[in-house]
Write a protein of this length. Structure first.
Length: 259
């Protein structure tokens, strides 16, 4: 049986790569809902329709677990998904808790980069209210990073001016931790790190999600049985184009080097 990994686009591959490192003897279905990207700019009800269409497609393929490798989709639909499907469903959320634990003793702040919808959602606000007792967490929407990623544009000459423009209002020396709260953003982790002082720590939730999945499958005695095969889908259509598959392989190699 396969593990399904679902995202609006290629961002979930940051989570997929962490899972592959932890559990190399698994087979995967990777579903990118590219027909409806970007998720972070859409109304919640519309988004939930797309999410359930994707999950229906995946569950029909006899999966043993689903990873919602998208912060926006997790915020919008994870509770409803768990009510409607009988398999383990693992979500992802911005790594605010470890960021606050790390930065607070140093009298530093936390910057959370995410999509607009993730930062507006009640789930995110409840998380921050519970953890951010000293008001050190600042949000920053970064929607264009999703566009760069989906265009496979990883050129610093394009990325850096956008980052500098978005970060211009902030005193970067105040921040001890930067949270990458969208799974597309770790693709640019090395470039983002270069914009901050060396002591600033840039983190994301992909490893924690992979570890959560592994613990869940171990409890169910469902670890292993695969060979590392990945089958890719774009909005319900199997990806067979060699050029696209080569781009995916290159991205996974890049992520293996930087995550």
């Amino acid at each position: 049986m396969n593990i399904a990994v679902f995202d609006s686009g290629i961002g979930g591959m940051t989570v997929l790569q962490q899972i592959r490192k932890l559990m190399p003897n698994e087979d995967f279905l990777y579903y990118a809902d590219t027909a409806h990207i970007p998720y972070g700019e859409k109304p919640k009800n519309e988004l939930k329709t797309y999410i359930f269409e994707a999950v229906d497609f995946l569950v029909a393929r006899d999966i043993k677990a689903l990873v919602v490798a998208c912060n926006t989709a997790t915020s919008a639909a994870i509770e409803d998904l768990r009510k409607n499907y009988p398999i383990p469903i693992i979500g992802i959320e911005p790594a605010v808790k470890p960021a606050v634990i790390e930065s607070e003793p140093e009298k530093k702040k936390v910057l959370v980069m995410a999509t607009r919808l993730t930062l507006k959602e009640e789930k995110y606000h409840r998380l921050v209210e519970r953890i951010d007792t000293h008001d050190i967490v600042d949000p920053l929407p970064m929607p264009k990073l999703v566009e760069f990623a989906e265009a496979f544009d990883f050129n610093p000459d394009d990325i850096v001016p956008y980052l500098q423009k978005q970060l211009q209002p902030f005193d970067l020396n105040q921040y001890g931790t930067v949270v990458l709260g969208c799974t597309h953003f770790p693709i640019f982790k090395d470039i983002i790190e270069q914009q901050f002082p060396k002591e600033t720590h840039v983190i994301d939730g992909s490893l924690g999600t992979a570890q959560n999945l592994k613990r869940t499958l171990e409890k169910l005695h469902q670890i292993g049985g695969g060979s590392g095969k990945i089958t890719f889908f774009k909005s319900g259509v199997a990806v067979k184009d060699e050029e696209t598959l080569a781009l995916y392989d290159q991205l996974l190699e890049k992520l293996n080097a930087i995550l």
